[in-house]
Design a protein around this ligand. Structure first.
Ligand code: SF4
Ligand code: SF4
Length: 174
């Protein structure tokens, strides 16, 4: 399904506070089987989301580059790791990560939102938006940030919220 970024931004504006506090509540009191629920919701999210019509993560965010990413991608461009860093990256002292100097990402094809180094992209990009991680509680703070940028993450939280509200009703808590 096509991603409409304008309507996504409007929805974020309307709902980000309630979505963020939902994630905080989930962090404090996670239901049993949270990972299995996320796996199910993840399938629905991707059936409704076409990343190639979006590309917002590559346009508005930066991946982090691990030492292995740096080695692999620098070699692809016949560059040494220091030369690769010098050309495209900056070091975020607070996070302790190598990140892109600029957005959109230099490897994004603007004409079709495809990644020009897809096969060797950073592991952070390959795993993004980390919706079905085995330890979901470790990623709720990540989703809290990403709902403002990633329509798939937003959709996951929206669906989880509906599911959890249904569950609370069944349990007589709503
Ligand atoms: S490396 Fe590729 S997938 Fe990662 S941010 Fe850049 S364009 Fe996007
Ligand atoms: S992962 Fe999220 S932000 Fe990135 S292209 Fe897909 S829907 Fe858009």
């Amino acid at each position: 399904m096509i991603v409409n970024i304008r309507s996504f931004r409007q929805k974020v504006k309307r709902n980000k506070r309630s979505f963020k506090s939902f994630l905080t509540r989930l962090e404090k009191k996670a239901p049993k089987g949270l990972h299995a629920m996320l796996v199910e919701v993840d399938k629905q999210v991707w059936a409704e989301t076409d990343c190639l019509t979006c590309g917002n993560c590559c346009k508005k965010m930066t991946p982090t580059f691990t030492p292995a990413d740096l080695k692999r991608i620098a070699a692809h461009f016949n560059l040494s790791v220091p030369a690769f860093k010098e050309k495209w990256l900056t070091y975020d002292k607070k996070a302790g990560d190598w990140q892109n100097k600029k957005q959109p990402c230099q490897f994004l094809n603007k004409s079709d939102n495809k990644c020009s180094i897809y096969a060797i992209r950073p592991s952070d990009c390959a795993g993004f938006p980390h919706l079905t991680k085995k330890k979901p509680l470790d990623y709720l703070h990540v989703h809290r940030q990403n709902i403002e940028y990633c329509p798939a993450t937003y959709k996951m939280v929206e669906k989880m919220k509906v599911l959890m509200d249904k569950q609370l009703k069944v349990d007589g808590c709503l």
